[in-house]
Ligand binder design. Structure first.
Ligand code: F6R
Length: 607
């Protein structure tokens, strides 16, 4: 979603702001803008669409000034056009914002009644007007911000710049993330450490309700009660070099191909290969033996990882799992107890609904675990115990390597829970650890299917609809396959449990409908073969993803992608790779914006 950056620099900051905005592109946006302050006056450029449009506007009219703010906007209130692009300016105040000011309509009315002149349809502009009015009444910028912040309902990360003061930036955070970067004689604000990575690795994350006053000589931070607070400065591990496409055409291709390596990194954090044991750092905080239930919640692809984990926890640890998408869970008022563990899964660690669900469970007294990729994120900081995925920065909007790393962590947790709850033996643990240890090699084999999948994608690109089927742990993978295809290629797709076909979706089958069947040769393979026959009998065009043992019986399939045979535990992890490749190549063939599909944002910080 919207990306924010602010710089108090020692030279003209517009090029640096643009550079930082490029690193925030991955969050998803539809317009962008920059404001600097120079010689006491604001200078501003804004453009609809991609950053190249803003870049051209800056090339034809550069902005001077050593202090400035920049923004990539993912439209919520008001169309994605120049008028609504940030920064918004009212009098002496310029503002950029990530989040939603929920009471903006009341505030707009208040401003209009007072004779204010609103220039945009956004919720954001009211913030600049309210603060400017306070300045006009004689308050200092700091006093004005302290008075206005409590009036804002909803979620926000704000960066504010003041005309006439070239050594001042004010940032505020409630609900949406904001980081302060410390330089030498320079200071920064950014939505995340990635934005600031070439400038500094010294980062202070603002906490909920915090606001910060930056000058070139440092930062003062205040809590929601306006009391000065000190927040830890940490070294960010994110370096500019990690945010690079390398030799790949898209971040998504790079991230798909990184999987053998990052799955290896993640595994080495959770398993002791020599001893063939699961070893989970900080697991003492979570006593699986005393739990009655796990409550899982997440959004999108991370939710599908949780759905797979439900099968694993219930099978290997006999531990009931309740799972729901976070946007529903947060308002459902689920009863919980201290014998529940609530587990949240998130790549970004900032997803608004997942974070709200976490806070609900915390208030109910549950132990909070989080499977998170961004170590410094809010979800990671608010959980009792964090299980990191070691996927590295994921820039492509569609989640790929984070998903398979989430599955890997969840598999290790389920096996460990099985052991401590007495449902699997040490020998069985060793067998499952060996299976997990083989994942990086199988992931390499899975990548070898790429030429066949690329060829197949050219046919798929002509379809208007597609169906994905799977059973057991590969049912959530069918859902994930459909989501990936939809979001990247804009082809409508649905995922179904293969056994559910007869209860409705079989009516869709005709010779134009591609049907992807994900069916490793496991204990329920024969059942899926029967479902495939039902599709074939109605003229459906089947593409079967199976292993060498399942290939023979797949005669109903028009095409078959064959992987090596592997342990049942790991099939959803390894089979995810061809599923991702299919969506990727179809999108490339169709010419869509693979890394930033239309309307999507990477880090969904509003509900
Ligand atoms: C789909 C995708 C999204 C995310 C979802 C949750 O490819 O990436 O569905 O999985 O928005 O995001 P995180 O994991 O950051 O909470």
């Amino acid at each position: 979603m919207c990306g924010i950056v602010g710089i108090l620099g020692t030279e003209a900051v517009a090029p640096q702001l643009l550079d930082a905005l490029k690193r925030l592109e991955y969050r998803g946006y539809d317009s962008a803008g920059i404001t600097t302050v120079n010689g006491g006056a604001f200078q501003r450029k804004r453009a609809e669409g991609k950053l190249r449009n803003l870049e051209s506007a800056l090339a034809s009219g550069p902005l001077a000034g050593n202090a400035g703010i920049g923004h990539t906007r993912w439209a919520t209130h008001g169309a994605p056009n120049v008028r609504n692009a940030h920064p918004h300016i009212a009098g002496r105040v310029a503002v950029v914002h990530n989040g939603i000011i929920e009471n903006f309509q009341d505030l707009r009315n208040e401003i209009l009644v007072a004779g204010g002149d609103l220039q945009s349809d956004t919720d954001t502009e009211v913030v600049a007007h309210l603060i400017d009015r306070k300045l006009s009444s004689g308050l200092s910028p700091k006093e004005a911000v302290a008075e206005v912040l409590p009036k804002l309902k909803g979620a926000f990360a704000l960066a504010l710049l003041f005309e006439g003061d070239e050594d001042l930036l004010i940032g505020a955070r409630k609900g949406s993330p904001l980081a302060v970067g410390h330089g030498t004689g320079e200071m920064y604000l950014g939505s995340d450490a990635i934005a600031l990575s070439p400038f500094t690795d010294r980062i202070t994350y603002l906490e909920e309700g915090d606001w910060a006053v930056l000058t070139r000589s440092g930062v003062s931070i205040f809590d929601s009660q306006n009391k000065p607070v000190s927040r830890r400065e940490s070294r960010s591990a994110v370096t500019a070099g990690l945010i690079d496409k390398g030799n790949y055409r898209h971040f998504m291709a790079k991230e798909i191909h990184e999987q053998p390596e990052v799955l290896g990194h993640t595994l080495s954090h959770y398993i002791d290969l020599g001893e063939k044991r699961i070893r989970i750092p900080a697991i003492e905080a979570l006593d699986f033996k005393s739990l009655d239930r796990i409550v899982l919640s997440a959004c999108g692809t991370a939710f599908y990882a949780g759905l797979v984990a439900k099968y694993w926890f219930e099978k290997y640890a006999r531990l009931p799992v309740e799972i729901d998408i976070a946007s529903e869970f947060r308002y459902r008022e689920t009863p919980m107890s201290g014998r529940d563990c609530a587990l949240f899964i998130s790549q970004s660690g900032e997803t608004a609904d997942t974070l709200a669900s976490l806070r609900y469970c915390k208030a109910q007294g549950a132990v909070i675990g989080a499977v998170v990729n961004v170590a410094e994120s809010t979800i990671a900081r608010e959980a009792d115990v964090v299980f990191p995925t070691i996927a590295g920065p994921e820039i492509g909007v569609a989640s790929t390597k984070a998903f398979t790393c989430q599955l890997t962590v969840l598999a290790a947790l389920a096996v460990h829970a099985g052991l401590v709850r007495g449902h699997i033996t040490v020998d069985e643990e060793a067998e499952l650890v060996e299976a997990l240890a083989a994942v990086p090699n199988f992931a390499l084999s899975a990548l070898k299917t790429e030429p066949a999948i690329e060829a197949m994608s050219q046919t798929l690109a002509k379809a208007s609809n597609a169906l994905y089927l799977g059973r057991g742990t590969n049912f959530p993978l069918a859902l994930e396959g459909a989501l990936k295809l939809k979001e990247l290629s804009y082809i409508h797709a649905e995922g179904y449990a293969a056994g559910e076909l007869k209860h409705g979706p079989i009516a869709l089958i005709d010779e134009t409908l591609p049907v992807f069947v994900i069916a490793p040769h496991d204990g329920i393979y024969e059942k899926t073969v029967s479902n495939m026959q039902e599709v074939a009998a109605r003229g459906g065009r089947i593409v079967l993803l199976t292993d060498e043992n399942g290939a023979d019986k797949g005669s109903a399939a028009a095409e078959t992608i064959i992987l090596p045979a592997m342990h049942d535990l790991i099939t959803p992890i390894v089979y995810a790779l061809p599923v991702q490749l299919l969506a990727y190549h179809t999108a490339v063939f169709m010419g869509t914006d693979v890394d930033q599909p239309r309307n999507l944002a990477k880090s969904v910080t509003v509900e």
